[in-house]
Ligand binder design. Structure first.
Ligand code: HEM
Length: 338
């Protein structure tokens, strides 16, 4: 068991919101109930050229360096997962607020993918050679959600079309949950708007349930840990090992793949690796899971989905695509997917 900055690395061997979008023509928005009774809505298509170009440019960046794919998906998750909704209030969600949340412990290392997305989105380069930049066409939150979808596809995963029209905010989302929930154990306590790596399976149910995601959907989303890496203590200097500061973690010399066989590739090997880990069938260095990964395979109810996804990659891709859309489209408003 290796100790990591965010907690423990377990290595056996190793909606829709009523958003006022002044820049969107009303016909672009989802129809109101009464409108849908009249005649079929006609939807303008203000995003097609710019969204397609943006996706294609992000895809080129990933093709040059596939190691940015994981961080881009994680960025999209962290911008979106702060959503808190009850009967009267909706706060957070995919709204570009992550730009004000970089110092949070859960957002360590999110700066790298953020800079990639933000600099392309805000660059003065004409996206259409007519003086239009991406940032005049869509929000940063749209750019982040598009980038995550592009990262999945560029590394072998499904094409995920997403809605557009998210509105950026100019302050950070709440760091601490409005409503604290907990089941029987301290590790099921959900008191922050991003998940703790120490959450147990009940904690995961509570956290993702708040986002409106089913068990099958959140298990699918977690499968993206099959692609990407996390920080480790390997090779760290003695002063860092004595005092593990954020700088030490951000400059860690060794990043470990969650699943060595699939790093930088979007496939279902995360689920097979979890099952192998659980039956002591992995070699040293093959996997390095965090507690929330392990929770998926040791909990009987969640394990059912792990087993299904391990058997059937096509089903995993379909489930992941739907879950990702649900996650990032919670504040999007267009009918059309891009
Ligand atoms: C279940 C709760 C979750 C927890 C506690 C969690 C935690 C973490 C942690 C600690 C890392 C390593 C960060 C680092 O060391 O740099 C990580 C990486 C990652 N996470 Fe999660 N995560 C969770 C769910 C998710 C979900 C739902 C997604 C996708 C929608 C996701 C996507 C990723 C990706 C792609 C990486 C690899 C990033 C890279 O290669 O730099 N995670 N996660």
């Amino acid at each position: 068991m290796l100790l990591a900055g965010f907690g423990f690395i377990l290595s056996r061997t190793s909606f829709l919101g009523a958003l006022s979008l002044s820049f969107l023509p009303p016909s672009t928005l989802l129809p109101t109930k009464s409108a849908s009774h009249r005649s079929p809505p006609i939807f303008d298509d203000p995003f097609s050229p710019s969204a397609a170009r943006f996706r294609s440019e992000i895809t080129s960046i990933i093709q040059q360096d596939a190691s940015v794919a994981g961080p881009l998906i994680r960025l999209a998750f962290h911008d979106a997962a702060t959503l808190e909704r009850d009967l009267t209030t909706t706060t957070g969600g995919p709204n570009g607020s992550i730009r004000y949340e970089m110092e949070r412990r859960e957002n360590r290392a999110v700066g790298r993918p953020f800079k990639i997305v933000e600099s392309l989105w805000s660059s003065n380069n004409d996206y259409d050679d007519n003086g239009n930049s991406f940032s005049t066409q869509f929000s940063l939150a749209d750019a982040i959600a598009l980038s995550g979808a592009a990262a999945v596809e560029a590394t072998g995963g499904p094409h995920i079309g997403i809605r557009m029209g998210r509105k950026d905010v100019d302050t950070a989302d709440a760091e601490v949950s409005r409503v604290v929930v907990q089941k029987s154990t301290p590790r099921s306590r959900v008191d922050r708007t991003l998940p703790s790596a120490a959450l147990d399976s009940d904690g995961l149910r509570l956290f993702f349930g708040r986002l409106g995601l089913s068990e099958q959907e959140f298990v699918a989303l977690c499968g993206s840990h099959g692609l990407g890496r996390h920080v480790s203590l390997l090779g760290m200097s003695k002063p860092c090992l004595k005092n593990l500061t954020r700088t030490c973690l951000e400059e860690a010399p060794v990043l470990l793949p969650f699943v060595t066989s699939s790093v930088d590739t979007f496939d279902n090997s995360y689920f097979s690796a979890l099952l192998q880990w659980n039956s002591n069938q992995v070699e040293l260095g093959e996997v390095a899971f965090i507690p929330t990964d392990v929770a998926l395979v040791v909990d009987r109810g969640l394990r059912v989905h792990v087993e299904r996804f391990a058997r059937d990659q096509a089903m995993y891709f379909t489930s992941f695509a739907r879950a990702y859309q649900k996650l990032v489209d919670s504040t999007a408003v267009t009918v059309k997917r891009y």
